[in-house]
Design a binder for this molecule. Structure first.
Ligand code: GCU
Length: 408
């Protein structure tokens, strides 16, 4: 993506948050920081989108370093996984010049396919060994959330194997013709406010990048690997993630054009939900997320705790950065914390950008009924129930991917 942009200063020159004007409603994504209106696709691509990237880096996520060379070591291949339906590979990704975190990537590819497979890529919450029942899968040795099944003293034990089979639904996804790639978020940055053990410390220089930016950078490093793997169709990469990892999937999609379809699931505040108080009562606020998870965003984002209305963008601008690529926001009725109503408002506000770049955006003015997928380029799905990722959600993800990637 072009880094040069017209009409705005470099990120260091953006004003202090207290000097930004208050905008109660969602800022117009088609107006530049200097007030100039964006009227053509070229202006959007060459000026506004790069400017938004700088703004999000400066005020919210921090700036990730450029990609190092990614080295891939295939550790194990099982050509007869899932009763012969799939080939399972375990691959270790390391970064040239960095003696630090490694990504343990699990890649499962359908054996029945014509040519390279489209792929869902997503981070998981407790290690690859939890997503399938396979005693040979690398048991993650990093710090892991204490509330995950089979985790003792923040480390995985053998009894955590297969704990997330229903969350990942890999077999059905394979049956539908898609590959699945997953890795543990803690491989890049264990999610701790009190201890910084992540990849960030290995990069010298001025990189104020948050945990969510580091995780998104991890998605991009996996994609660096995909483009070298003949089993994978690099033109059909779908980024998926649940909750904090959905926030990450959206950031990865907004910043990395190689992602063809973006599916942030129940991502909410700091991701697919507004920073401003728009949408469901009781939804998570900027102040609350910055207090509970100070490491997810950069230091400057805390300056918006009391007045998120000073943000020169809202999260519809992050969604719009994905245009013309399809984005599905998926939700659950009882998960008001993730602000489904506010998310739908964001799709409405991102829609003019999609139309400017020549795509129909949101195909409805109202939220679809519960359980019915709205599969327009800007898509929406809400099911009954709570905050979780399950097989029903995957059926919506698969339906959306089938529609937009024309996979039979
Ligand atoms: C917390 C947090 C949310 C986040 C969620 C999750 O509830 O407040 O922002 O999405 O955890 O990641 O499950």
């Amino acid at each position: 993506m072009a880094l040069a942009f017209v009409g705005a200063a470099s990120s260091g020159d953006f004003p202090e948050p207290a000097r930004l004007p208050i905008k109660a409603g969602l800022p117009d994504p088609l107006v530049m920081f200097n007030g100039k209106r964006v009227t053509t696709k070229e202006q959007w691509v060459n000026e506004r989108r790069p400017e938004l990237k700088k703004l999000f880096e400066h005020y919210m996520y921090g700036t990730a370093p450029a990609a190092p060379k990614v080295n891939a070591k295939v550790e194990r291949v099982d050509a007869k996984a899932l009763a012969g339906k799939a080939t399972l590979k375990e691959i270790t990704l390391t970064f040239a010049g960095i003696d630090g975190p490694k990504i343990h990537l699990l890649l499962v590819v359908p054996n029945k396919r014509k040519g390279p497979a489209p792929v869902f890529v997503g981070m998981n919450f407790c290690g690859n060994h939890a997503v399938l029942d396979d005693p040979k899968i690398h048991l993650n040795t990093n710090w892991i959330y204490p509330n995950q099944k089979g985790v003792k003293n923040n480390r995985a034990t053998e009894s955590s194997r297969g704990a997330q089979i229903d969350v990942w639904n890999i077999e059905e996804t394979i049956d539908r013709g898609y590959a699945v790639a997953t890795f543990y978020s803690g491989d890049i940055d264990p999610d701790r406010a009190d201890m910084r053990e992540g990849v960030q410390q290995y990069f010298k220089g001025k990189h104020d990048w948050s945990t969510i930016a580091a995780w998104a950078w991890g998605y991009s490093r996996v994609i660096d690997y995909f483009v070298t793997d003949p089993d994978i169709d690099a033109a059909r990469i779908i980024a998926v993630g649940h909750s904090r990892l959905g926030k990450t999937a959206l950031l990865a999609g907004a910043f990395d054009d190689r992602i063809a379809v973006v599916i942030p699931h129940q991502a909410g505040c700091g991701g697919s939900g507004p920073s401003r108080a728009i949408g469901n009562k009781g939804a998570e606020s900027v102040k609350r997320i910055n207090t509970s998870f100070p490491h997810w965003f950069n230091a400057r984002f805390k300056d918006f705790n009391e007045e998120p209305e000073r943000l020169p963008f809202d999260q519809h601008c992050l969604i719009a950065m994905c245009a013309p690529r399809p984005v599905l926001l998926s939700n659950a009725v009882e998960d008001k914390w993730a602000n489904p109503d506010g998310q739908f408002e964001l799709l409405r506000a991102a829609d003019p950008v999609y139309r400017l770049v020549g795509k129909t955006g949101l195909g409805a003015t109202k939220m679809p009924p519960v359980g019915k997928l709205l599969d327009s380029t800007l898509g929406f799905y809400i099911r009954d129930g709570k905050h979780s990722m399950n097989r029903e959600d995957w059926r919506a993800f698969l339906g959306f991917a089938d529609k937009h990637l024309k996979t039979k």
